[in-house]
Write a protein that binds this ligand. Sequence first.
Ligand code: KIV
Length: 278
Amino acid sequence: MTELKVDVPTLVAMKREGRKITMLTAYDHPTARILDKAGIDTLLVGDSAANVVLGYPDTLPITMDEMIVITRAVSRAAERAMVIGDMPFMSFQRSIPDAIENAGRFVKDGGATAVKLEGGGGVVDTVHAIVGAGIPVVGHLGLLPQSASMLGGYRVQGIEAGQARQILDDARRLEDAGAFMIVVECIPDRLGALLSRTVSVPIIGIGAGADCDGQVLVVHDILGIKSGFKPKFVKRFAEIGDEIARAASAFREEVASGAFPGPDHVFHMKDEEYDKLV
Ligand code: KIV
């Protein structure tokens, strides 16, 4: 029996019942299918696709068109998981009509159920307008990779009470604007716990401690497909990068030695047909 698709009420009920929500990033169809079958609740087509799979130095260059192609591939795979499209840099900052248009593209063209966008007080009106257009919105507070240069780089946010208070206030404003879930990135664990306790919508942490309502990580990070720097909050659950390297070396060696392809990997032609050729 196919399980029902995860929707907004499912996630709200999970928080109410104290069941942890899982989110992983996904950027391609086969991986998304595996994650969906593994029971991951939500697949975030993160703008981290920019650096994780497209080779850009950070998340800023990725375009709406690139995000839509990737989102469509993930949506085609997700039978149960909710697909969330991450609004890339400058897809929601110019104007509210522009933000609604781009959020709509994630749903209409990308097949996503919801969109995520980074920011606090400055995006509240935008969140309200997108929700008003009927598109579920996930907020994103704490470390905001799209604004890293303004935050002084990729550093933990909310360590001091003043900044932590700002994050709490922003979370409440996003909740009031209609966001149904909020991702919080790189904040102290006690702040993650306080947010989860005091905000009614699910709080999904990445580097925000164990007491959040759910957890998100970048799928390449949990799989051990390494890209250099490993943030403190990442746990590797596999070493697939090493396995890919091992398989590629074995392939190269077997091709060089003539061991591959072997008798099992070739197609045969009858002698009489071959004789007509030579
Ligand atoms: O783009 C992304 O992968 C994200 C996660 C870090 C939450 O926004």
